[in-house]
Design a protein around this ligand. Sequence first.
Ligand code: HEC
Length: 111
Amino acid sequence: MKNILIYLGLVVTIVALYGFAFTIADQPKADGKKIFVDSKCNMCHTVTSAGIESKKSDATDLSKVGANRTVEFLTKYLKKEAKLNDKDHKSSFKGTDEDLTALVQWLSTLK
Ligand code: HEC
């Protein structure tokens, strides 16, 4: 009798864990727009098409950045591994590679 209870307990645990993993896998990937705001990119940039404003009066608008730049370039540029007009980007991205990927993915959709 005791064995059956242990067995049942195990089955319930496995089902619960499976359901848990499934929920996590189903969640949307990191949100690039949120990372943009959280990383304070809006200190120097607006993205008017996404409703992101900057306090800086001469902020560069990134609303169409995806039309001109590739994912590869943006990833390198934000890590200061590539230059634009012979200049490094002002700030090097401090977050994780995962966040950078999500951020660049989002930027590349801005067209
Ligand atoms: C201290 C100010 C500052 C901050 C903070 C900043 N940038 Fe920039 N960024 C600049 C400047 C200056 C340029 C280059 C010149 C320009 O286009 O005005 C630039 C250029 C860019 C470009 C290239 C635009 C183009 O013309 O193709 C991208 C993309 C970009 N920034 C993304 C970001 C992201 C993402 C963040 C946040 C992780 C960020 N920036 C934070 C100042 C800043």
